[in-house]
Design a protein around this ligand. Structure first.
Ligand code: GLU
Length: 407
């Protein structure tokens, strides 16, 4: 049977956390199941006149703490199991940082890089037409995820408004600022992860310039994290995208890497070429997987030498890799905490949409910093007092909040 990331990777983490939480067995049982799972087919007329029918999913995992919240992913490897797992993670992510949302996730099986702009718009509007009955500002609120962006969110919001004959900016977050988006949403995921790094810096008395950082994945999260780390004086020694990476032990020219990637879609030639696998095994202080699930497996987990691993991607460590690293010296800051900055600023966006009052960028940064550092320290303290891995502490902390709401 094909492996199912929900069964193999998501549920075991719930069982582990249940041991350290006050949640009842009934609550844990309830959380083993999604509230609702929707599948739609999306016919798209291509530019050459042919028709292609895509499959789209939306999982509303849990709404006990508020409307479901979570992104929509466009990727050829999207599957129903992956969407369910990601929706489960969103439930725990929102509870970890204490924002008033449940968890959801969506996806379309597609390689968006192979579509023209018009085809992409048709697909995005088609997804919203298929899902309009199960989405809404007070039910389930999507956002960007892998290979989706502000423009796509804008098309979807517009389609929803057309269907409902009204104005519902809170139906989706991560919109263009001109269409009700929040300032600071674009780099929010990276900024949240960076706040975690700053908390560790404080606890360990680090001087940023002595600290080396390697980042796997150079999409939205990876690029902004590289920029923030570089601006704060950290030495970014390696970055990679899906085609491979670059490594310079003395530090990369991050601005050039960002510029070249934006202009050409590729990384520049700097330092030495390095594979994605080798990047994960570098002798660095901080390793940041910022690409897709299951980048670190039981085979390469033993070779991770970083002191701190910040999971900017969702689910970058397999369960087995996690067990290996839990026994090592590496501090793993789990995804549902490390990358919660994105959904936190989505919450700010939704709040601004509902109230109709828009915030300054400094206000967004200040409130994001406060939520992220509070969540980091609550989870860190639980990790220390129970002497458990940070991931287990994070799930237990989130599970307590879910239990409080359910019970
Ligand atoms: N896709 C992002 C995540 O996985 C953001 C979700 C959101 O903003 O709702 O956290």
């Amino acid at each position: 049977m094909a492996s199912d990331v929900f069964v193999d990777e998501a549920l075991p983490r719930l069982d582990l956390a249940a041991k350290y939480s006050r949640a009842s067995a009934d609550t844990v049982d309830r959380l083993r199941h999604a509230e609702r799972f929707t599948e739609v087919s999306i016919p798209v007329r291509k530019d050459d006149g042919s028709l292609e029918v895509f499959t789209g999913y939306r999982c509303r995992y849990n709404t006990v703490r508020g409307p479901a919240k979570g992104g929509i992913r466009y990727h050829p490897d999207v599957s129903s199991g992956e969407v369910r797992a990601l929706a489960f993670w969103m439930t725990f992510k929102c509870a970890t940082v204490g924002i008033p949302f449940g968890g959801g996730k969506g996806g379309v099986i597609v390689d968006p890089r192979k579509l023209s702009e018009r085809e992409l718009e048709a697909l995005s509007r088609g997804y919203m037409r298929g899902m309009a009955d199960v989405l809404g500002p007070d039910i389930d609120v999507p956002a960007p995820d892998v290979y989706t962006n502000a423009k796509i969110m804008g098309w979807m919001a517009d389609e929803f408004d057309t269907i409902r004959r009204g104005r519902y900016p809170g139906v989706i977050t991560g919109k263009p600022v001109a269409r009700g988006g929040s300032l600071g949403r674009d780099d929010a995921t990276a900024r949240g992860g960076f706040v975690c790094l700053q908390q560790i810096e404080k606890k360990r008395g680090w001087n940023p310039k002595d600290i080396t950082v390697a980042i796997q994945g150079f999409g939205n999260a990876g690029q902004h994290f590289a920029r923030l780390a570089d601006e704060a004086g950290y030495t970014v020694v390696a970055v990679s995208d899906s085609k491979g990476g670059i490594h310079d032990p003395n530090g990369l020219d991050v601005r050039d890497a960002l510029h070249t990637k934006t202009e050409t879609g590729r990384l520049p030639k700097q330092g030495k070429a390095i594979s994605n696998e080798d990047l994960l095994e570098l002798e660095v202080d901080v390793l940041v997987p910022a690409a897709l699930e299951n980048a670190v497996t039981k085979d390469n987990a033993k070779k991770v030498k970083a002191d701190v691993l910040i999971e900017l991607a969702n689910g970058p460590l397999t369960k087995e890799a996690d067990e290996v690293l839990a026994k090592s010296e590496t501090l793993v800051v789990p995804d549902i905490l490390a990358n919660a900055g994105g959904v936190t600023v989505s919450y700010f966006e939704w709040t601004q949409n509902i109230s109709g009052y828009y915030w300054k960028l400094e206000t967004v940064h200040e409130r994001l910093g406060e939520i992220m550092s509070d969540a980091f320290n609550q989870v860190y303290d639980l990790m220390q007092s129970e002497n458990i891995p940070m991931r287990t502490a994070c799930y237990a902390h989130a599970l307590n909040r879910l239990a409080d709401a359910m019970e």
